[in-house]
Design a binder for this molecule. Structure first.
Ligand SMILES: Nc1nc2c(ncn2[C@@H]2O[C@H](COP(=O)(O)OP(=O)(O)OP(=O)(O)O)[C@@H](O)[C@H]2O)c(=O)[nH]1
Ligand SMILES: [Mg+2]
Length: 456
């Protein structure tokens, strides 16, 4: 899986690693190659667009870190964005919440539902030691029940016996009653497929959804269907309450585009991948591991992470030192805003000041837009204005507002915010933590912090 994409990206990155500097033109060329590689891997156009936009924006806003090359930085950004579209964190299958809890597998004909039902059941049985019942709701295809039964025998899990001429709805109800009687923890429902999405299938599935109230409804998708997989996923997710996907046949899929598109298209995580015909050919989907399988640039990613951490740490410590002296000008506010963007808020900075660690936990990040606006305003000031905010007169405010695409009241707000923080810093630096007591800490301390910094 991912061989083609992986090779293509490696080629782009080998070029990037060599270049000492990257200007906008070479960034554009690199991004164009990455875009082509993603499209050729069958990643959906929608996802590719979003991907390129994100990486480009982040690349432009990136601070130069001397110990690493711009090429390495781009590799890191691409890696992060791949992890991001794959889903950032691993999402476990839900097996509790109701007794019995139910998992329903849906999907097109031949996508691998029946096989995946057995694979997941076997995985849950071994890992969580649950009493499981398998149920075939496929009354269309001849021998559908027998196929699931054979698998059930193989993994030594019970299957609901067949009753001729029952509708899927009736079977589902029978399964729930039987499970309640037999103290079953978890029911796995295998449903019938269709050659394409039709309204009869969707109607049947929604009725089953109502009867079963599953804790998980997993869409089983054949990754070999490429771009089509994305359309199928979109359709299902619009009509059924999907909670996750299982991507099958990735053992045969050299491109891997579906894996990259699925989460964004369905809005729900990929939970499993199927990588073979045997029962044990199932893997939990770990976005970070898959990303490193695609990029295979783990060394560069770690290097960049380390370098950025060091820079952040040094900067935060330098500022903490100034704060302890009671100095806090608009340049400090600006680097604080930058820190905030990267390090998770003012809290990250406060923790470097003795005794402030716990207070740091009370304050939160500002929204992205607010941060960008504040940054633009401060960047529109001259160096001297930033050092001596008192000199910012009415006409200067107007100029700053114009330069940052904001209005004077917004400039005023940030000046006021800075004044408040500077006062607070001064008090703390003079009196240490007792300065906080003077302020009536903790209630009053919170009042000193602009509301947008406070956790809701
Ligand atoms: N290589 C490979 N084959 C798979 C995988 N998952 C399922 N298959 C095979 O795909 C074929 C169809 O699988 P089924 O589980 O019967 O698919 P289904 O969705 O239940 O099919 P219908 O019930 O007809 O809709 C079988 O031959 C499986 O062995 C996988 O991850 N890798
Ligand atoms: Mg089947």
């Amino acid at each position: 899986m991912f061989e083609n994409l992986s090779n293509r990206l490696q080629a782009v990155f080998t070029g990037l690693k060599k270049t000492g500097s990257i200007d906008e033109a070479s960034l554009d060329v690199a991004m164009r190659d990455i875009r082509r590689a993603l499209l050729e891997a069958d990643v959906s156009l929608e996802v590719v667009k979003e991907f390129i936009l994100e990486v480009k924006q982040k690349a432009i806003g990136q601070k130069i870190i001397e110990s690493i090359s711009p090429g390495q930085m781009i590799i890191k950004l691409v890696n992060d964005e791949i992890v991001n579209i794959l889903g950032t964190t691993t999402t476990q299958i839900i097996i509790e919440g109701r007794k019995p809890a139910s998992i329903m597998l849906v999907g097109l004909q031949g996508s691998g539902k029946t096989t995946s039902t057995a694979k997941i059941a076997n995985y849950i049985k071994n890992k969580f030691n649950k009493k499981i019942l398998l149920v075939s709701l496929d009354v269309n295809r001849p021998a559908a029940f027998e196929q699931l039964q054979a698998l059930a025998n193989k993994i030594d899990i019970e299957i609901l016996p067949k009753v001729e001429n029952q509708t899927p709805q009736a079977i589902a109800k029978r399964a729930i009653t039987a499970s309640e009687l037999n103290k079953i923890d978890l029911i796995l429902f295998d449903t019938a497929g269709r050659t394409s999405i039709d309204s009869a299938l969707m109607k049947e599935l929604s009725e089953l959804e109502d009867i079963i109230s599953p804790v998980e409804t997993l869409l089983v998708l054949d990754s070999m269907t490429g771009q089509d997989a994305v359309n199928v996923a979109k359709n299902f997710s619009e009509q059924i309450n999907l909670t996750g996907t299982m991507l099958t046949r990735i053992d045969g899929d050299a491109r891997g585009g579906a894996a990259l598109s699925l989460r964004m298209i369905t809005g729900c995580p990929i939970k499993f991948i199927g990588n073979g015909e045997k029962i044990v050919d199932i893997e939990i989907f770990h976005p970070d591991r898959i990303a490193s399988r695609i990029l295979d640039m783990g060394d560069v990613v770690t290097l960049v992470e380390k370098a950025s951490e060091n820079i952040d740490q040094a900067e935060a410590e330098k500022m903490a030192e100034r704060l302890q002296q009671g100095e806090f000008d608009l340049n400090d506010l600006l680097s604080q805003i930058n820190q905030m963007k990267k390090m998770g808020g003012i809290s990250s900075m406060l923790k470097f000041i003795p005794g402030m660690k716990n207070i740091g936990n009370k304050v939160n990040n500002v929204g992205d837009d607010a941060i960008k606006k504040q940054e633009a305003i401060i960047l529109s000031m001259t160096k001297l204005e930033r050092q001596k905010p008192k000199m910012i007169s009415g006409s200067r405010k107007k100029r700053i507002a114009q330069g940052s695409g904001t209005v004077v009241s917004e400039v005023n707000r940030i000046l006021k915010q800075h004044r408040k923080m500077a006062d607070m810093m001064k008090k703390i630096s003079k009196k240490g933590m007792s300065g906080l007591q003077d302020l009536g800490f903790p209630q009053d301390f919170n009042n000193q912090i602009p509301p947008e910094f406070l956790k809701k």
